[in-house]
Design a protein around this ligand. Structure first.
Ligand code: FES
Ligand SMILES: [Fe+2]
Length: 437
């Protein structure tokens, strides 16, 4: 439970808020690179409460600028992408990717007005299929050497989805290992061959036991949390019998991400970035440790549920998330079909646009949520004091931070302690690309 003031502090992310300042210390996912493909690579971006436009110029450089034209405020999202920049369609002023005004074509020929004009712009960089923006003061931090950023482009796939709720409740579902036994329960286990790219549908490592069976049958995990230099390592164990234990290691990654196992082949790194305080996007990089990812198949599968251009789920509040009583009685715990993102979306949107944490009752299984909130309050305080929070430098060398380790496997109960490290090392040793430890 949080006081109303504390809840307000961590859920408001506009430019003049304390949490907004904390968020702006990090690179933020602003768009998928595929959104800037095609004949007109211009995309309106609403991020941390700011209205912006991303574009790609003719030389292939990306820019992210304020949406209101600095001349008389027309909307640059409708601009013409031409002549080395983005041209406002009201009076033709042209801006390059750094925000410099390079032409004011209605002004007298000898005008130097353009030399004095800029549109506010933010540095951007493409990584892992996502365009990242730095909206903070001073220099941006380096990227950590996480697997999702180290893997070759062929071995990653990026996607996103819109949720109508505050960023924090969206993140908190991802660091809550107990909910998977209920919210994502399937009454039957799927054929592994049909489970490509889907969460919880593979067999647990070192076993033939489907993850869905494990989660269904063992619903009381013991949850351990451990602070790290990137956030929190979360270890959930489920004792299967006297000899064997299921071990699942997931991670909270600052500021608003998670890295979790998807299958024996892939991990998911997912960030929950505020659009504004009542809406957020999840951005995910799927990372394969074996062969290349079948991107076309992954994208086509997801576009069955998510509609362009907003990447809004077709199952949503307006149609009861596709709830079907027969499905709930026979196939899934929620009755909302098999897409686990829809389950999560229902759970977090049902909490209200901004969850009122003065009314919650946390239990033992919410340990990671408590641990994350403590780190979050500390990081916001650090930023207030102009100190570097986690993954922004300070004492740690961000570029040397690797991993993080994820695992979903079954081991001898006596070997639980070292299992995650050993299984992770095995995966890295046999990977199709050079994975740093
Ligand atoms: S308002 Fe944009 S050029 Fe005039
Ligand atoms: Fe979930």
């Amino acid at each position: 439970m949080l006081s109303a003031d504390r809840n307000q502090l961590v859920t408001r992310t506009g430019p003049v808020t304390a949490c907004g300042r904390f968020m702006r210390c990090y690179w933020q996912p602003a768009a998928l690179i595929v959104e800037l493909d095609g004949p007109r690579p211009v995309k309106a971006v609403h991020l941390l409460g700011e209205h912006l436009v991303a574009f790609r110029d003719h030389a292939g450089r990306f820019g992210l600028v304020e949406r209101a034209c600095p001349h008389r405020g027309a909307d640059l999202a409708y601009g013409r992408c031409e002549d080395g920049g983005l041209r406002c369609t009201f009076h033709g002023w042209l801006f390059d990717v750094t925000g410099r005004c390079i032409e004011t074509p209605a002004e007298p020929e000898d005008s130097t007005l353009h030399l004095k004009v800029r549109v506010r712009s933010y540095p951007v960089v493409a990584r892992g299929g996502i365009l990242w923006a730095y909206m903070g003061e001073g220099d941006p931090p380096p990227f950590p050497a996480f697997d999702c950023f180290q893997a070759p482009e062929t071995h990653t796939f990026a996607f996103k989805g819109l949720w109508e709720c505050n960023w924090l409740q969206a993140l908190e579902v991802g660091i809550d290992p107990a909910h998977a036994s209920f919210l994502h329960r399937f009454f039957e286990d799927e054929d592994r061959a049909a489970a490509y790219g889907k969460q919880f549908r593979d067999a647990s490592l070192d076993s033939d036991t489907p993850m869905t069976q494990l989660l269904r049958e063992k619903a009381r995990p013991i949850i351990g949390v451990e602070p790290t230099d990137y956030g929190i390592r979360i270890t959930s164990t489920r004792k299967l019998d006297e000899q064997r234990t299921h071990v699942r290691v997931t991670n909270q990654v600052f500021p608003h991400g998670i890295t979790i196992p998807l299958s024996q082949e892939m991990t998911i790194t997912q960030w929950h970035v505020p659009v504004d305080d009542e809406t957020c996007y999840w951005y995910t990089i799927f990372t394969s440790f074996t062969g290349p990812v079948d991107k076309e198949r992954m994208r086509a599968d997801r576009l069955k549920i998510y509609e362009l251009p907003e990447y809004r789920s077709k199952k949503n509040r307006s149609n009861d998330y596709g709830f079907d009583a027969h499905d709930q009685a026979t196939r899934t715990y929620t009755g909302m079909g098999e897409d686990i993102n829809v389950h999560d979306q229902w759970a977090v949107e049902g909490q209200g646009r901004i969850h009122d944490r003065t009314r919650e009752t946390l239990g033992t299984t919410d340990r990671a949520i408590g641990a994350y909130r403590r780190l979050l309050f500390r990081a916001i305080e650090q930023v207030e004091k102009d100190e570097a929070p986690l993954l922004c430098g300070g004492a740690s060398d961000v570029e040397q931070i690797t991993g993080p380790v994820t695992v979903d496997g079954i081991c001898e109960t006596a070997k639980v302690e070292g299992y995650a490290a050993e299984a992770d090392a095995r995966r890295r040793a046999s990977s199709g690309w050079k994975v740093r430890r």
